[in-house]
Unconditional design. Structure first.
Length: 76
């Protein structure tokens, strides 16, 4: 596989292009750049699900905090 990539990378690029890219190279390079910047890609559906879970978690935390306060105030 390494020989194939080396062969392709050493080939002259087609007219109008700067270099020859192998399948997946653009995506790999983008991922590496994002990792350096501390960024990462999350699909829309996954992000939507995570956002929903965070809303539920935040609501439960606020509710628990309110309940704990009421219990503490009532036991004084």
């Amino acid at each position: 596989m390494g020989e194939f990539v080396e062969f392709k990378k050493d080939s002259p690029p087609p007219r109008g292009f700067k270099e020859v890219l192998y399948p997946g190279e653009i995506e790999y390079n983008r991922e590496q750049q994002r990792r350096k910047k501390g960024k990462f890609f999350v699909e829309d559906e996954t992000w939507s699900q995570l956002s929903g879970l965070m809303k539920i978690w935040t609501w439960k935390r606020k509710w628990a905090s309110r309940n704990n306060r009421k219990q503490t105030e009532g036991s004084s």
